[in-house]
Every structure is written in structure tokens, then in C-alpha cells.
Design a protein around this ligand. Structure first.
Ligand code: IPT
Length: 966
């Protein structure tokens, strides 16, 4: 018999989770004196393969002084220590042959030496804890092997007391970039190897508990909290002085408490006191259940205004410092976000402490994704192969045990995008057994057999509506269908925030408000993972020469990589605002309806203020008296003045909080009254006669080229290329994703040639009271075109333009935009307008646009999407001016409110750029004044533009009145 000999697999390729480590337990920082950080400067050597070097480096006395210095925690690929980041979304960046990994397996040997603090080691044990190493590690202390582990974003501990010396300890860690664990960690993110979270030595005194589990429920019927702390390996007492609690571990005590919620994150400080150790506790009382098909916390339905958060920093990757974590959470709270899904792995443990403290609902997700098997029809999927189940259960246990004492964590998630399989069922079963007091989530299995809630990613609005009615399509098994229809519904991902967008958020929000079953969702995602790069500004997939990559799909966050909020975040803040301030329909313009949309909180923490503006100038402002409304209640409140301007009512923080200062705006609404001067259309500019002489036509302040009819000057200001414009640099959402069912208009526009329209002048008609220029605008190669007439009039000071457009041929695609564009000399770089602002807005992303008078430079009007694309439009503009430093320039008033965009490059240049650093200011400020623009949608991963926001090619007429300023 001829048998192929298969050698036993090395540890990093076997399917097991590792060996030699301690059982998982609850995470806490440890006391100051009982903790020693091993973060800092280590020595590092990179090898191209797993076996390139022997293990002599682990022995005390080995001289590593010639090795590179490396900061731990950190990723070696981000420290110039060799190798580079690589980005893939779904595909594995190596041949799929589980559990084997490629021969090219970058291997980082890490060493550091340390002395113990004076009084160490005491009489107890000392453990060595790794909070995160990608993708696996083998560990030696003083030459002695401790064991090895996989599970990159999970803690691993070893007992080391017996091996420690007072001085000269040598800790050696060998990290392989690829391991069998990599098959379980196929999340959509950069592949970033290294010891990327803390390394710590922790004293475990004799008589200290091995583990503890805080159970703190709340009974909303009588306002009582019940506390019980299970303590493993020791006995002791639980002391919560503020509540007068002093009770033995294992025993339950019931007292009157204030409950913990994300809106009112009430924590009680206390201690678990054992013979060996006093462990600080921060207890939040709350109970989460599914009742009558709805997730209820403390008896009430909750609405998730959530985001998916990856751990990311543009310089340090998944090594995220404490200040950045707090900043993330403060930004979330400031933008009305109340929930986080820790996509797609447990975060740094300190992040959850902050969630408890600041108040966020958390879906804690296990470090598990096998998405790359989707392309192989899920053949050999580890989650449906029992040989992998121990590794899956190990991951489930490491997450649950580590994080079980956090009030903020209310849902466990098995992982992301793993298909379905027995391993997931085993995880769910284990989690339920260990912690029946939380809910179980997993999105990837439509049967929902293992979970407590129905969760989906990126469904279209119409489908969400069906789900809201508990009438979604059957899945295939009657019993499971019935069970699922009785479940609450969330979108674990929606609103793909890639590039400009997402559009359609407010329409989702209305569905969440209408259908009790729809309990909100989590926008994908919190931050762009752009890596700081000397040439590109921020790098994305492909910028490091990756063989396989998914380009800028890694930049799909509500924050830019440097954590400045994108317009998407400003929009989301407005869409999910917990207080609604709306004009009262029909009651004149002098009242607003104020609705409390919190689930638990009253309005006592808010002040209400009003201001009244005419044509953008503040006339008066004051405080508004609003009764303290209970959650869900609303009241009509009269405004103190009458008039024809714009009222703005704001709800602001009445006091400083842990995340926002007094005066921070939580919610706002506007009432536009009457035909305010600013809102009315300008009077027609008529009366002057066009005159032809020496190659030019003069009409009032306008000078035109006699042959082409093109405007060349307005008063003193040279004007270039004023003409119809329908093109925009396609957004990521215009381009859409291959797997989405709808038309990918960005691609269709380019096929049709909308980026290379030709303008043919058919007639330049000098009439009695007008100059009329007739043209046809069309791309080469096709029959479709736009008959376009420009009718110019003047009244001396002012120049009127009416553009009429009639499509010819069959237009099967909407237009990107419909309006005019023209160029002004670079000096006219100051913008002022009355309309929506301060930031950009598009038809389906305009909730946050505030009507007012705005002023900023053209440079400041740009939104720096990591991959350049259409941006910067201002909505609902009544007039706009572009001026030089002395106030000389051009003013345009719209016959109707228009969209205003100005930039120092053309749409074609914007379209051609791959990184913002390629955009260079030229000699011209290019201005677009649009009658209409196409919506944004979220088709880069999700539904396209809703029908009401499509710009269909239809006959249209629009007008502007131009004048010189200054
Ligand atoms: C979904 C993933 O869960 C998430 O990690 C991210 O990749 C997101 O899409 C898009 O950015 S999976 C998608 C193919 C539906």
C-alpha cells in the first residue's frame, strides 16, 4: 500500500485553541501594587517563515541587543520593522486549505527582560496576561515554555509564579502572522500581526478568587435591584456602601436602586472582599429580556441608535490607547449614538468599562468570522466541522468570561459572517448555559435557530417594513419561521457609510418609530480604516502592493481616519436625535411640537433655547419653557414672536456631563415662516437690450462671446465655461457593489458617457430683450442628448439666466445632477450663502442641514473623502456669493432654492483622483449651481437611492439672477 505520509501539524496549524494557559476568567485591571505592565520597548526579529530561526533566542543570556526595537503593544508592520499591512474584505489572502497556512508566514520573535518590583513575588501566584496577539503566540519565560495560544482579540493567561526571579527575567514570544486561527478571523479589515494589546503580570495572592460573576438585575415593577455575586475559588463579602449592602458571596440581596440604562448609566461602586484580595466592583442594575416579541430592558422597549466599531487608529492600527477609546465614546454620545456592536471581536477590555460609565448598549461580538468560505459554497467551513468546535467554544468562553461583569453588555454575538453550522449551535448552547441573563445574537443564519433576535444586514426599506409587520418572506421551515416572526428585529449592520453617504437613514428611522418590532440598527461603521501614509495622506487596500485587496472598502466609516466627523455622522446625529422638535402643522408658524424620544430619560437634563433670524441675521433669542416630558410624551410649545423669518429651537445640555459640555446641542428643529424675504424668488432681470460688436455681445453687466454665446465676463469678473452640467465624480454609493441587485448608476453613467458630454451651439439669437443660446448636449457614440437653451436677460445691474432642458432619445438612467457650472479666477475663493449648512447635503442626506447664512472659504467647503468623489453640495440655497478678499465677486440668486457647490478642481479632476493628495488647486474656482441632484443611497453595500430621490431625465426649466458684489 502506498500511503502518503502526512507529518503532524505544528501547533500553529492544528485546529485547537492552544495549550498551557489558564482557564478564562473575568477581566479587571488589578490593583496598582499587584500589577506590573510589560508594555514598552521590546527587541524584535522578523523572519519570512515559521521555521527560519531556531528557538535559542528564548534562553536567558541570548544577546538580542542587535535586534530592532519594537513598541509593545503594537503591530510590527506599522513600525517599520518589516512587512506591510494588507487589506482584504472577504477573501483570505492565502490559499484556502484549512487548517494549513502558507510557507510565507511572517514570524516575529519578541523578547524583553525585566526585574520584579521589590516585594514581588509574594506568597501567591503570578499570572502573565496577554490581552491580544495576532494571530497566535508561543511563550517562554526564562527559557521555560509556558504554552501557546490562538484567538487574537481575546485574553490569554499563564501561571508564572514559580519561574520568576527578582532580576533579569526574560520573556520571549514567537508570533506567527498566519495560523489555523486565521481561518476563524476573516473579518473585513487590515491583516495586522503583532502583540497589539497589553502584556501584564498580575499578582494573585493566596485566598484571591479565581473568578467572579456579578448578577445585578432590576425589577421595574417595584424599583428593586437584586445582587448576587458568584465567587469561584474563594469566599468573601460584597460591599456596596451607598446601598448599605454587605452580603456574603453567593447570597442574593434585594434593595431599592436606581437602574442602569445607556441613558442613565447609574453605577454603584463597591468591593468584592476576600481573604486574599479586594476587587473593585462597579455594579449597574438592569434586566434584559425578550417579551412579547420585543427586547425590553428594565421593562421598556429600547431603540438602538447604534454603530459598528472596529478598533482602529490610523497610526497604530488595532492598538488603541485609552484616550482614543474615551474619545470614541464621547464622540458617540455627542452624536446621539446609544449602542455599539463590537464588530467583529471583543474590544480592548477597558473600552467596556467606559461603556458602563458613559452609557452605551453593547453587543459584544466574538472573535469569529469565516466569510472567505462563502466563495467556496461554504465547503469545509470551520463552523460546521466538529474538529474546530473546541476552538469555537474556547473563543466563546474567553469572551463571556472576560466581559460578563459589564452592565453595558446586554447581548452576546457569536461572530460575524460564518454561514451556519453545528459549531455555532454549540457556542450558543454553551453561552446560554453560562449566562442565561443576556440575549444571543448571530446574523448569518436566516433560520435563527440559535438566537433570541432576528438580525439582518443591509435590507432595503421595503423589506424592513415587511419585517416590521412580522410578515417577512418565509425561510423554509414553518416552525422556525413562526419562531422568528415572534422575535424582535434589529439591523446589526445598515447605512453603509462608505464615502459620501449613507443616504436614506431618516426613512429607516421612521420605520423604527412605526414598528415596535424594529428596534433600530447599527450603522456600518464607526471609522474609516485609512492608514496614515506619507504619499497618500491615508492609505487603503492596494496601497501597500497587496496581491489581492479590496481597495477603499476599508474606508466606510462615520469618522475620517483622523477621527473628524464626516457629514454622515452629522446626519446620523440628527436622524437619531432623542428629542424631536417639529413645526406644528396648520397652527401658524408660531409653535413647535416637542417629543421625548428617549426610552428612559425625561428632559430634565436639557435646556431649550430659541433664536429668530431674518435673512440669516439674528434678531432675537431666548430660553423656551418646556415641560419635563416622560419618554414617549410630547407637548406643543408656543414660540414667543411672530414674523416672517426662521426660528431655530435647540435642546442643549443643561449641565456638563462626562461626555459633553453644558450647551452642547442634542437636538434641534426649525420653523420657516411666511414668504420670508430670503426665501422669495428674485424679481426678474429684464429691460436691457443685447448689443453685438467686435466679436462680443454685451447685455447689461454681461459680456458674451459672439460666436458661441458663452458668458465671458460679469461686470469686472472674468467667467469661464458657463454651461449645462450633468456630471459628478461618482460616489462609492453611485458605483455600488457587485452583489447588490439594483442598477449601478455610477458605472452606467460612465458607459453612457456623461463624463464626456459635448456641447454643440446651434444658434446665438440676439433678440429685443434677450440673448438666447440654443445648444445640444450629448456624449459621443449615442443618440440620447439634452436640448438646452440659455435665455439671458438683464436689467442693468443684474443678469438673468433661464435654462431649459429637453431630453431627446430614451434615457434609462437618472442624471447625476442638472444645473450649470462655471469657472471664476482663483482669487474668488470666499463663499457666502443663505441656505442649508454648514456642511454638505444631498437629497437623501439633508436632515442635518441648518437653514441660515453661512460663510467659509471654498477650501473649507470640501469634504475629504479618503477616495475622492462628489462632495460638498449645500442644500436649499436661496443665494450664494463668491468673492475675493476685498468682497468683489459674483452673486447668484435662484429662481427656486438650488444646490451650491464650489471647488478648486473640476468634477473630472475629482473623478480621476485616487487619493486626496492628488487634488491640487488650479487657476480656477469651479462653481456648480444645481436645479436638482441625484440622491446618494447606500448601494456600496445596501439599497440604492429610493425612488423619490432619483433625478430622472425629464424636461426642466430653472433660473438664476447674477450680479456683481463689492
Ligand atoms: C458586511 C460585513 O459584515 C462587514 O464586516 C463589512 O464587510 C460590511 O459588510 C461592508 O463593509 S458583509 C457584506 C458582504 C454584506
Amino acid at each position: 500500500m502506498n500511503r502518503t505520509h502526512t507529518p503532524a501539524l505544528p501547533w500553529y496549524e492544528d485546529m485547537g485553541p492552544g495549550s498551557g494557559g489558564l482557564e478564562p476568567r473575568a477581566w479587571y485591571a488589578g490593583s496598582d501594587s499587584g500589577r506590573m505592565s510589560l508594555n514598552g520597548e521590546w527587541r524584535f526579529r522578523l523572519s519570512p517563515g515559521a521555521a527560519a530561526h531556531d528557538e535559542s533566542f528564548v534562553r536567558p543570556g541570548f544577546d538580542a541587543s542587535g535586534w530592532k526595537k519594537l513598541a509593545v503593544p503594537g503591530h510590527w508592520v506599522l513600525q517599520g520593522a518589516g512587512g506591510a499591512p494588507a487589506y482584504t474584505n472577504v477573501v483570505y489572502p492565502f490559499p484556502v486549505d484549512p487548517p494549513r497556512v502558507p510557507a510565507e508566514n511572517p514570524t516575529g520573535d519578541h523578547v524583553r527582560t525585566f526585574d520584579l518590583p521589590g516585594r514581588w513575588p509574594g506568597d501567591g501566584e503570578v499570572v502573565l496576561r496577554f490581552d491580544g496577539v495576532e494571530s497566535c503566540a508561543r511563550v517562554w519565560l526564562n527559557g521555560q515554555e509556558l504554552g501557546h495560544f490562538k484567538g487574537s482579540r481575546l485574553p490569554h493567561e499563564f501561571a508564572v509564579g514559580g519561574l520568576l526571579r527578582a532580576e533579569g527575567n526574560v520573556l520571549a514570544v514567537r508570533v506567527h502572522q498566519w495560523s489555523s486561527g486565521s481561518y476563524l478571523e476573516d473579518q473585513d479589515q487590515w491583516w495586522l500581526p503583532g502583540i497589539f494589546r497589553d502584556v501584564t503580570l498580575l499578582e494573585r495572592p493566596q485566598g484571591a478568587p479565581r473568578d467572579f460573576f456579578v448578577h445585578a438585575g432590576y425589577d421595574h415593577r417595584d424599583g428593586s435591584g437584586t445582587l448576587r455575586v458568584e465567587c469561584d475559588g474563594a469566599e468573601g463579602r460584597i460591599v456596596l456602601p451607598e446601598l448599605g449592602v454587605d452580603v456574603a458571596t453567593g447570597e442574593a440581596v434585594t434593595v431599592a436602586v436606581e437602574p442602569w440604562t445607556a441613558e442613565t448609566p447609574r453605577l454603584y461602586d463597591g468591593e468584592l472582599v476576600t481573604a486574599g484580595e479586594r476587587i473593585p466592583l462597579r455594579v449597574g442594575f438592569r434586566t434584559v429580556v425578550v417579551k412579547d416579541g420585543v427586547i425590553r430592558v428594565n421593562g421598556r422597549r429600547v431603540l438602538f441608535r447604534g454603530v459598528n466599531r472596529h478598533e482602529f487608529h490610523p497610526e497604530t492600527g488595532r492598538t488603541v490607547d485609552a484616550a482614543t477609546m474615551r474619545r470614541d465614546l464621547a464622540l458617540m454620545k455627542q452624536h446621539n449614538i446609544n449602542a455599539v456592536r463590537t464588530s467583529h471581536y471583543p474590544p480592548h477590555p477597558a473600552f467596556l468599562d467606559l461603556c458602563d460609565e458613559l452609557g452605551l448598549w453593547v453587543i459584544d461580538e466574538c472573535d469569529l468570522e469565516t466569510h472567505g468560505f462563502a466563495g467556496l459554497e461554504w465547503r469545509n467551513n470551520p463552523v460546521d466541522d466538529e474538529r474546530w468546535t473546541p476552538a469555537l467554544l474556547d473563543r466563546a468562553a474567553r469572551m463571556v468570561e472576560r466581559d460578563k461583569n459589564h452592565a453595558s453588555v446586554i447581548i452576546w454575538s457569536l461572530g460575524n459572517e460564518c454561514g451556519s453550522g453545528r459549531g455555532l449551535t454549540a457556542m450558543a448552547k454553551w453561552i446560554r448555559g453560562r449566562d442565561p441573563e443576556r440575549l444571543v445574537h448571530y446574523e448569518g443564519d436566516l433560520s435563527c435557530r440559535d438566537v433570541d433576535l432576528y438580525s439582518r444586514m443591509y435590507p432595503a426599506h421595503a423589506e424592513v417594513e415587511l419585517i416590521g409587520k412580522r410578515a417577512e418572506e418565509p425561510w423554509g421551515d414553518e416552525e422556525l419561521d413562526a419562531r422568528r416572526r415572534a422575535m424582535p428585529f434589529i439591523m446589526c449592520e445598515y447605512g453603509h457609510a462608505m464615502g459620501n453617504g449613507p443616504g436614506g437613514l431618516s426613512e429607516y428611522q421612521r420605520l423604527f418609530e412605526r414598528y415596535e418590532r424594529c428596534q433600530g440598527g447599527f450603522v456600518w461603521e464607526w471609522i474609516d480604516h485609512g492608514i496614515a501614509h506619507p504619499g497618500h495622506g491615508f492609505a487603503y487596500g492596494g496601497d501597500f502592493g497587496e496581491e489581492l485587496h479590496d481597495s477603499n472598502f476599508v474606508c466606510d466609516g462615520l469618522l475620517f481616519p483622523d477621527r473628524t466627523p464626516s457629514p454622515g455622522l452629522i446626519e446620523y446625529k440628527k436622524v437619531v436625535e432623542p428629542v424631536r422638535i417639529e413645526p406644528v402643522a396648520g397652527a401658524g408658524a408660531c409653535a413647535v411640537r416637542i417629543s421625548n424620544g428617549y426610552d428612559f430619560a425625561g428632559l430634565e437634563h436639557l435646556d431649550f433655547v430659541w433664536s429668530y433670524e431674518v435673512d440669516g441675521a439674528l434678531v432675537e433669542s431666548g430660553a423656551l419653557d418646556v415641560p419635563d416630558l416622560a419618554p414617549g410624551a410630547s407637548a406643543e410649545v408656543g414660540l414667543p414672536m411672530e414674523g416672517d423669518g426662521v426660528w431655530t429651537v435647540r435642546a442643549v445640555l443643561a449641565r456638563d456631563t462626562a461626555w459633553g459640555e453644558r450647551g452642547h446641542v442634542v437636538a434641534w428643529g426649525q420653523v420657516e415662516a411666511g414668504a420670508a424675504g430670503a426665501a422669495g424668488a428674485p424679481a426678474a432681470a429684464v429691460g436691457e437690450r443685447p448689443e453685438r460688436s467686435e466679436g462680443v455681445i454685451t447685455l447689461g453687466a454681461g459680456v458674451f462671446d459672439a460666436a458661441t454665446g458663452a458668458l465671458v465676463r460679469l461686470g469686472a469678473v472674468p467667467v469661464e465655461g458657463l454651461r449645462l452640467d450633468v456630471w459628478r465624480a461618482p460616489t462609492d454609493n453611485d458605483n455600488g457593489a457587485a452583489w447588490e441587485p439594483d442598477e449601478r448608476y455610477g458605472l452606467r453613467w460612465r458607459e453612457l458617457g456623461l463624463h464626456r458630454m459635448r456641447h454643440r451651439t446651434d444658434a446665438v439669437e440676439v433678440g429685443e430683450d434677450a440673448l438666447v443660446v440654443r445648444t445640444r448636449v450629448a456624449p459621443a457614440g449615442v443618440g440620447q442628448g439634452l436640448r438646452t437653451a440659455y435665455r439671458w436677460t438683464a436689467d442693468g445691474e443684474r443678469l438673468g439666466l433661464t435654462v431649459s432642458v429637453v431630453p431627446e432619445g430614451e434615457w434609462r438612467v437618472p442624471l447625476p445632477r442638472l444645473g450649470i457650472r462655471f469657472g471664476l479666477p482663483a482669487a474668488y475663493g470666499g463663499a457666502r450663502w443663505f441656505g442649508g449648512g454648514p456642511g454638505e447635503a444631498y437629497p437623501d442626506t439633508r436632515s442635518a442641514s441648518v437653514l441660515g447664512r453661512w460663510q467659509m472659504s471654498v477650501d473649507a467647503m470640501q469634504t475629504p473623502y479618503v477616495r475622492p468623489q462628489e462632495n460638498g453640495a449645500r442644500a436649499d440655497v436661496r443665494w450664494a456669493e463668491l468673492t475675493d478678499g476685498s468682497g468683489v465677486g459674483v452673486r447668484a440668486e435662484g429662481g427656486a432654492p438650488f444646490w451650491f457647490t464650489a471647488r478648486r478642481w473640476t468634477s473630472e479632476q475629482l473623478d480621476a483622483a485616487e487619493h486626496v493628495t492628488e487634488l491640487r488647486a488650479g487657476e480656477t474656482v469651479w462653481v456648480n449651481l444645481d436645479h436638482a441632484v441625484q440622491g446618494i443611497g447606500s448601494q456600496s453595500c445596501g439599497p440604492g437611492v429610493l425612488p423619490e430621490y432619483r433625478l430622472d431625465a425629464e424636461a426642466a426649466e430653472f433660473s438664476f439672477v447674477f450680479s456683481a458684489t463689492g
